[in-house]
Ligand binder design. Structure first.
Ligand code: ZN
Length: 145
């Protein structure tokens, strides 16, 4: 899944990306470790990190990563509320994925303290795949402040 953290070519500031290979049509993948790896690589002790997914049929969210049934329930409910079959007009046939991606959003802001992501005990950062399987990309900008 993880293909490594690297600095984008030609960038001298702390702008990183990593790839996530998804395995299913809809899936939540915990990417907390990969985002923390970016913070570790940047060496930032205090600051903010912006996490951005440059896709229209994938999203990013923070939710519980202790019990995997939470992710399954989120997906099940989203798939019930936004069914795969519907009176959609988009010719590509993946409107449900676009709608789910818009509902959850494409970016997050997470604080950094003592070199670690500031997350609640049960929180994790998830890439949300809604039109997989695909290779997805995650951008991370780390700001010291
Ligand atoms: Zn489409």
């Amino acid at each position: 899944m993880r293909r490594g953290v690297k600095m984008l070519k030609g960038r001298q500031d702390m702008f990183y990306n990593f790839e996530v290979k998804t395995n299913r049509q809809t899936e939540l993948i915990d990417i907390t470790r990969q985002v923390q790896a970016v913070i570790d690589k940047a060496g930032t002790k205090e600051g903010v990190c912006y996490v951005f997914v440059p896709h229209t049929t994938a999203a990013i969210t923070i939710n519980e990563n202790a019990d995997p049934s939470v992710s399954r329930d989120i997906l099940t409910t989203l798939n019930q509320v936004i069914p795969f079959q519907g009176p959609y007009q988009h010719m590509e046939g993946n409107s449900p994925a676009h709608i789910k991606a818009s509902l959850l959003g494409c970016s997050l802001t997470v604080l950094i303290d003592a070199g670690k992501l500031v997350l609640g005990t049960w929180q994790g950062i998830f890439l949300c795949e809604f039109d997989g399987p695909r290779d997805r990309e995650v951008y991370v900008k780390v700001l010291k402040c």
